[in-house]
Design a protein around this ligand. Sequence first.
Ligand SMILES: Nc1nc2c(ncn2[C@@H]2O[C@H](COP(=O)(O)OP(=O)(O)OP(=O)(O)O)[C@@H](O)[C@H]2O)c(=O)[nH]1
Ligand SMILES: [Mg+2]
Length: 614
Amino acid sequence: MSRQRKVALVGNPNAGKSALFNALTGARQKIANYPGVTVERKSGRFVLPTGEPVEMTDLPGAYGLDPTSPDEEVTAKVIAGHFPGEAAPDVLVVVLDASNLEQHLVFAQELLALGKPTVVALNMVDLAERDGLVLDAAVLAEELGVPVIPTVAVRRRGLAELGEAIANAGERHPGPGLTALGQTERRVAAHAMADAAILSESKRHRLHAKLDQLLLNPWVGPVILLAILFVVFQAVFAWATPFADALDAGVSALHDGVKAALPPSLLRDLLTDGVIAGVGSVIVFLPQIVILFAFILAMEASGYMARAAFLMDRMMASVGLSGRSFIPLLSSFACAIPGIMATRSITDPKDRLTTILIAPLMTCSARLPVYAVIIAAFIPHTSVWGGIGLQGLVLFTLYVVGVVGAMAVALALRSSMTKGAASGFIMELPKYQMPRLKDMAIGLWQRAWIFLRRAGTIIFMVTVVLWVMLNFPKAGPGESQVDASIAGKVANGLAFVVEPIGFNRDMALALIPAMAAREVAVSSLATTYAVDAGDNEDEQALELGDQLKRRWTLPMALAFLAWFVFAPQCMSTIAVTRRETNGWKWPTFMLAYLFGLAYIAAGATYWVAVAAGL
Ligand SMILES: Nc1nc2c(ncn2[C@@H]2O[C@H](COP(=O)(O)OP(=O)(O)OP(=O)(O)O)[C@@H](O)[C@H]2O)c(=O)[nH]1
Ligand SMILES: [Mg+2]
């Protein structure tokens, strides 16, 4: 039996390759409405209409076979068969964005010049049609000399025809349009071919052009962006409250139920003070995470996020970064790990390194529970300047401080350690789209699941270990259990380091397990106070927020917030940085500078707040 044939999906970024890959193979690759999403090749199985199974590969988007970034290099190598241990693909499926035909035909010509069996998927014809573009696939097929199949990846249109064409792909004869050799010639040819294939074009285009004029206006654009972000953070607090309260009540009920059902024992204490108090204190932030991501996903899917990147380009350039850093930095608002991996689409190595080093300063979703618990306890639930919620405002400020800090660090790095010229911006703007409800639901579910899984695994485990360390050895009469315990002893030993910045023993105690994940700071505090409450009924009845209010001053709380803006409390981020920079040098530097900044920021916040009489 002969070897299974290989089919590769290639084309410009954002053409819909991954969407097509998912539709054909049933996989769940990330797709999003901006270029540079796929940075690694992924393979899956697809059965052709003839019954022949083939190996389908989704490649990172590229603008040419001459790689200018690590992800483009993957594409070029796979196609050329230079990827270690991988045969070259037998059939290429060139994916074109029908509403961006001219631009996408440039790379397509380069691919066709390879002479391999090729099929063209003229994808996104729905968007082209909506824009009033009527395309003639037959004319294009004639020009290119290969079959051209109109598809709509996200609605599974044209898939059968595409499978048919792949099955029949074989020897081919270059079409009349395929004579260009150089890049400039290809551009001219692309223009001519697009002209020939496009039958008509109309009004929707003009509406979107108007919208872009407004949203990308150098003065109005940033104001709109800021206003949108502002609303997002207001909503995170305002809308989440009823859901968070319900969850909170559920956790309390569970706590009381378990307590009533079991006889007093270590196991009961472990369940109530350790697991339920600790993990429960984190889970109540699920509604806030979901609301935040609903906005982020909607902005991504609508095409607005890419406009935001475009707007940010100037600001990024002023600190020596290119707009290409925007997407990795944006992903870092969810989590720095995918953000750091997304830097593979950055062309310039120094640009890329700088982006990796500042990615942990973007406020990842693991910080949200920490911020939210402190804000809810210490910032009054009032409005300022007629209707703006103070809590949301403080949250917004914390995010902004992270971004401003990142920009300042980028500027410092770019003029010292990673000195070099800033590279240009080459992002193309995706089309505006209504976010699809189903995609949004899947995206939200995935985010929620990641959050819950973290709560159920890493946060759960760290909390249990901490509970054990807080309960042994047992305190003598009149002695505080926390002070007597192993964890308390370690924290007391560490306290002198953080005392100058206003932290007490409990805060020191929370910082160590929180190296595993930032949310653990919340579960650690909850568990510590639950253990500390012991058998005292009044103490036990207090919620985490009330405990914090009784034990911390406002300057301490603010210092704790400032610490979490900067501190690299995440082992996985350090590990992924080591992998992506091939060594310990940069992760060590990252740890040192972030802890340094955190220490200074927390100390300054504490002492300024004390001086101000807060
Ligand atoms: N309306 C419409 N949207 C599509 C179609 N195909 C893909 N999309 C959307 O276009 C965007 C880009 O799709 P991806 O599959 O991520 O594109 P890609 O080519 O893999 O992009 P990179 O990985 O960045 O190279 C996503 O928002 C998809 O939902 C289509 O046929 N019609
Ligand atoms: Mg992709």
